[in-house]
Design a protein. Structure first.
Length: 211
């Protein structure tokens, strides 16, 4: 029969062994930290806007819907039928969050004064904006080539008062990277994101102006 002291020693040995195993895994996994990248870092500051002459239009924007593979903080690439993430490179925040931040920035830059709500019950005079992003990746024609960043999505705008869809538009961007380097690919993601969110803002402003 094992004594209490023997069991204690065995538990301590197991703990030490587990700690050593974890250390080895960290070294074998390439302990080099990932470089973090941001979308919107190169965007110039918006000029100060004049005080609106009318009350802002309220838009409820609960956030975009992304494909599960691309919504997180890893940078997705696609080559044919294969998908992979860029090693040792991550977004500083989930791609979905950065896309939503840029969408709000573009909405607030438009000619129609808007107030964007992220949650809660919108007033009867408000609109609800939904964006479904089906692709958010860097596409390679073959291994080692310079990729093209692809963003595809669809935006819908609903008027709360009568629950009517007043806008439904495909939005898309194709931005080739200047080189097969992470910094160049990130810059292409930045340009493509600005392009798509600008399209959303323009369509939204035009639909509100008509209604």
């Amino acid at each position: 029969m094992r004594t209490r002291s023997t069991l204690v020693v065995l538990r301590m040995f197991a703990l030490v062994a587990a700690t050593l195993a974890l250390s080895a895994c960290a070294l074998m996994g390439g302990g080099k930290p990932s470089t973090l990248y941001r979308i919107g870092a190169s965007a110039a500051a918006d000029p100060a806007s004049a005080t609106p002459s009318s009350l802002p239009i309220v838009i409820l924007y609960p956030g975009s819907s992304f494909d599960r593979q691309s919504e997180g903080d890893q940078i997705l690439t696609v080559t044919g039928n294969e998908a992979a993430y860029i090693a040792q490179a991550r977004w500083v925040a989930p791609a979905k969050e950065m896309f939503d931040s840029e969408t709000i920035r573009q909405l607030q830059r438009g000619p129609v004064p808007v107030s964007v709500l992220r949650a809660g019950d919108p007033p009867r005079s408000a609109y609800v904006l939904a964006i479904d992003v089906s692709r958010f990746d860097a596409e390679y024609s073959s291994v080692g080539t310079v990729p093209v960043v692809v963003i595809d999505g669809r935006a819908k705008l609903m008027r709360v008062a009568d629950r009517q869809i007043v806008g439904d538009w495909p939005v898309t961007a194709r931005e080739p990277a200047t080189d097969n380097r992470v910094s160049a690919i990130v810059a292409a993601f930045d340009r493509a994101t600005v392009s798509v969110t600008s399209q959303v803002a323009q369509f939204t402003n035009a639909s509100i102006a008509r209604n």
